[in-house]
Design a protein around this ligand. Structure first.
Ligand SMILES: *Cc1c(COP(=O)(O)O)cnc(C)c1O
Length: 379
């Protein structure tokens, strides 16, 4: 089956008791048993819930995997992956990963004895030189945030397979519509479902997908034993959201490309970071590894004056100032004062993050209105 058909049908069966075409919200904590131990596969909703099961199956299908495991947030999903490891185990992660992923690694799991190395994965030799005989996992995030750097998933997975190291890919920015890491050799895909999968900025959720039965067993054990599960109402909202994932992503990509091209030709705009532009360092790799180039982009204003970026963002009307992404409505973020403010200016500049960098999550509004909004704000 092709993606659009999977998005609408996968995991969802008519409800066996009534025939309801949409999976009901099974708002229940427990299930009545006929006699002790004799039940219909459901005992307690931390362990299993029919609405969650439908969503987990749908997510597995969207990523061409066999097991989907949902969590109360993207970070709860990352937490479950990190709990697969033991003190002394080493993990190599992308150096410009999502701030919350960096925080859970450094501030939570380092204290439990896991050892982290953060490297620039756009050059694969950096991973090779960080590998030791204790390396257990390579954690990839691509495209990265906020500079949209590309990492070659297949090349990294090939290197790790040789050395029997697991690979996990945070696929939040791309969504399963654009990129399927399991097909490129990854062991685990992680999503902040909060973003494109949910798609309507109304739910916080995370998910892991794998085709490895043993990993799935361990992760489902952690899901139940640690208990960070999403509720049935949220599962219903995401089941509803993913039915339009392909259509939304097509429009996100179309709009982002037009906005990126318009920005690139604006005299007051400096560099534009969008994998769809020929000028982007990861353009060729994006063409190889992604179906299209996504809805996220960043740009700088010429002159690099902090106050100018702030003023531009204050003047934007349609792009709301906020920290999330992936919803139908457009959002803008100022990394230097928001997501990356805790990093000193000199450090920010070392990784190429300027004070006037503005990140956009381009929504699915009319693109001419979005460009008009940017025009009045920049001028
Ligand atoms: C938002 C986000 C996360 C964290 O997900 P939550 O649902 O907010 O816990 C992880 N990775 C990326 C790339 C994200 O954008």
């Amino acid at each position: 089956m092709n993606f659009a058909t999977i998005a609408i049908h996968a995991g969802v069966e008519p409800d066996p008791t009534t025939g309801a075409i949409m999976t009901p919200i099974y708002q229940t904590s427990t299930y009545v048993q006929e006699s002790p131990g004799k039940h219909k596969g459901y005992e307690y909703s931390r362990t299993h819930n029919p609405t969650r099961t439908a969503l987990q199956n749908a997510l597995a299908a969207l990523e061409n995997g066999t097991h989907g495991i949902c969590f109360a947030s993207g970070l709860a999903a990352t937490d479950a992956v990190l709990k697969l490891f033991r003190p002394g185990d080493e993990i190599i992660a992308t150096n410009d990963i999502y701030g919350g992923s960096y925080r859970i690694m450094k501030k939570i799991f380092e204290a439990f004895g896991l050892v982290f190395h953060f490297v620039d994965m756009s050059d694969i030799s950096n991973i090779e030189s960080a590998i030791t005989n204790k390396t257990k996992l390579v954690w990839i995030e691509t495209p990265t945030n906020p500079l949209l750097k590309l990492i070659d998933i297949e090349a990294v997975c090939n290197l790790c397979k040789e050395k029997k190291i697991l690979t996990a890919v945070d696929n939040t920015f791309a969504s399963p519509y654009l990129q399927n890491p399991l097909d490129l050799g990854a062991d685990i895909v992680m999503h902040s479902v909060t973003k494109y999968l949910g798609g309507h900025s109304d739910t916080v959720m995370g998910a892991l997908i794998t085709s490895n039965d043993e990993l799935a067993r361990q992760l489902a054990f952690i899901q139940n034993a640690s208990g960070a599960v999403p509720g049935p109402q949220d599962c219903f909202l995401v089941l509803r959201g993913i039915k339009t994932l392909h259509i939304r992503m097509q429009r996100h990509c179309e709009n982002a490309m037009k906005v990126a091209q318009w920005l690139e030709n604006h005299p007051k705009v400096g560099k534009v970071y969008y994998p769809g532009l020929l000028s982007h360092t990861g353009h060729e790799l994006a063409q190889k590894q992604m179906k299209d180039f996504g809805g996220m982009l960043s740009f700088e204003l010429k002159g690099d004056v902090y106050e100018q970026a702030v003023r531009t963002m204050e003047r934007l009307q349609l792009f709301s100032l906020g920290e999330s992404l992936g919803g139908v409505e457009s959002l803008c973020t100022h990394p230097a004062s928001m997501t990356h403010a805790s990093i000193p200016k000199e450090e920010r500049e070392k990784v190429g993050l300027k004070d006037t960098l503005i990140r956009l999550s381009v929504g699915i509004e009319d693109v001419e209105d979005l460009i008009a909004d940017l025009e009045q704000a920049i001028d």
